[in-house]
Design a protein around this ligand. Structure first.
Ligand code: FES
Length: 104
């Protein structure tokens, strides 16, 4: 069952659009072209984006680019905010481990 929001009381019906493919931890996943990395992961049932220094799982928190809870590694580049970064076709996303500094 998809976790994607397809109808919203304020936004209305969300129109179907172009599907792209990206990679997360070696898995090939599908996303909508307008997705952020976070919305693409959530719609694929993935809530854990990384791990803290103590090994605790981290997901997204503020969802507006103001914290550092959603940091992931994108195409080898660490500290990318999944909640505000658009997903791209062919993008390679990995969980980030340990403390990171967000890229401003
Ligand atoms: S969830 Fe807070 S910056 Fe992404």
């Amino acid at each position: 069952m998809s976790r994607r929001v397809v109808a919203h009381p304020i936004l209305g019906d969300l129109i179907e659009e172009e599907v792209i493919e990206f990679e997360f931890e070696g898995l090939k996943l599908k996303a909508l072209k307008s997705d952020t990395i976070a919305s693409a992961l959530i719609s694929n049932g993935i809530d854990i984006f990384g791990f803290s220094e103590s090994g605790k799982p981290k997901g997204f928190f503020c969802a507006i680019g103001k914290c550092s809870s959603c940091l992931v590694v994108v195409d080898g580049v660490p500290n990318v905010r999944a909640c505000i970064t658009p997903v791209r076709d062919g993008m390679r996303v990995e969980r980030q481990k340990g403390k990171g500094k967000p890229v401003w």
